[in-house]
Ligand binder design. Sequence first.
Ligand code: NAD
Length: 478
Amino acid sequence: MSTQAVAEAGAFIAGAAHQNGGQPLPITNPADGRVFAEVASATAADVDAAVSAAREAFGEWSARAVSKRGELLAAGARNVREHIDELVPLLTREQGKTLRDSRIELNRAVETLEHYAGLSKALRGAFTPHLDPNTDGMVLRRPLGVVAAIVPWNFPTTLLCNKLGPALVAGNTVVAKPADTTPLTTLRFVELLGLPPGVVNVVTGTGPDVGEALVTHPDVRKVAFTGSTKTGERIMQLASGGTKRLTLELGGSDPLIICEDADLAKAASAASMGRFYNCGQACLAVKRVYVVESVADEVIEAITAKAKKLRIGPGDAEGVQIGPLHTARQRDLVADQVSRSGGELLCGGGAPEDQELANGFFYSPTVILDPPHDSPMATEEVFGPALPIWRVRDLDEAIERSNASQYGLGSSIWTTDLDRAREAAERLECGYTWINSPTKVYDELPFGGVKSSGFGKEHGEEAFDYYTDSKSVVVRSG
Ligand code: NAD
C-alpha cells in the first residue's frame, strides 16, 4: 500500500498498512482550524492485532544479536533522515509548530535512535565470581516483551523515539499510540524505519478507548507513557491489573531562578527561549521565573521585550518564530489560566489582533508580573506561551517557592557563584537542573521527574533498566 494508504488506514501493523475498523478521526491544521485529513480510529480488535503482531515478532527480534538490533535501528534512522524534508511540513501541518522547530524535532528523534543504536554494544549484564567455592553468579538482562508506547501531541516523534531506542535495542517489540490529533507523522516515521514486520506497530485513536485497550491488553508487559499527570495516574491504576511495568513522564512546572550575580542577558534569553519554544507546549518548558529583587527590573524588561518581538503566525510562513497552540481547547485553557491568575500583565494576554490569524488557535506571548503564589500560574501546569515572573528576596526564597509545587520535572539556576549553584542543584526537587544553561535535553543523561511529574528514566544508559528485567543465575561447577 502507498504512504497515503497507511495514513488513511490509521494503523501500521506487522510491517504494512492495516485498515482500522473505527470511526474516522479529523486531523486539523492548528494554523487555520481546517480539517485536512481523516484517519480511521482503531477498535479493540485492531489493538489486539497490533499486540499480536508485536508478540509474534518478539521471539525472533529478542533472539537476534544485540549488535544486529543496533544495526537495523541505525539503518532505519538513516532512512528516516533521508526523508526529513518530507516529514517536516507534515509535522508542522498536523501539530502547528514552525518548520524550523519541526526540523529540530525530527533531527533530535533520529539522533536518539542513533544514540541507542550505538549503545547496543554497551548493553551488558554482570558476572560475580566465587560466590562460594566453585560457584559463580551472573546477572542477565532480559527484555520484557511487548511494550506499549503512548505519547502526546507536543513532540510526537522525539517522545516516541525516547522509548523506541532503548526498548528495541534491549530486545522488546513495541505498539505505539500517538495522540489522536497527531498520528500522520508517526505513521510515516515508523513506516520509514523499515524494521522487521511486527517489531514496531502503530495504532491510532483516542486515549479512553484505544489507549486503555492497549494498556489493559494482557500481552502488554510494559507501558511507557508520556502525557498529563491526570492520565498518568489513570494508567497507573489500569496497569496494576497484570502487574505491568510502568514509566511515567508527566506534567511539569519548571522554575528558573536568576540570582543577582548572574549573566542577566543570557538568563533572560534562556527564560524566553525556554518558555516560548514550541509555543510553550513542552514538558520541560520554563514555566515560572524567580528573580532576586535587586536585578529584577532589568530582567523583567529584557524578558518582556523579547516576548513582544516574537513573530507569531502559521508555522509554515517565512520568519515565523511562534506558531499556534495545538488545539482550540488548549488555547482556551491557557486563556482561562491567565484570566484567573491576576498579577500585572506586561504583554500579551489574548489572541493576536491580526485578522488573518483569526481562524487559527493563536495566543500572543504573555508575561505576567507577580501573580499571587496560589494562582493558576504558580500552582497549575501552564501549557502555552504565558510566563509568570516573581521578585524574590534571595536564593533561599527562590528555592522554597520553586519546591512549593506538586511537580518536579526540571529546573534552572543562573548564578556565577559555584556554591550557590551547587546548593540549588542539591535542594531543587526535580529530575534535571541546568546551571547557566539553556534547557536542552541530552541523550547521554538520564531524564525523568519526581513527585507528580512521574517516575522512571528516559535517555542515558539508565533507560535500559526500564526496558529489561535482570535475572540472577548461579553456576556451580566441578
Ligand atoms: P494526555 O495525557 O491527555 O495524552 C497523552 C497520550 O495519552 C495521548 O496519546 C492520549 O491519547 C493518551 N491517553 C489519554 N487518556 C488515556 C487513557 N485513559 N488511557 C491510555 N491513554 C490515554 O496529555 P496531553 O495533554 O495530550 O499532553 C500534554 C501533557 O504531556 C502535559 O502535561 C505535558 O507536561 C506532558 N508531557 C510530559 C513530558 C515528559 O517527558 N515528562 C513530555 C511531553 C509532554
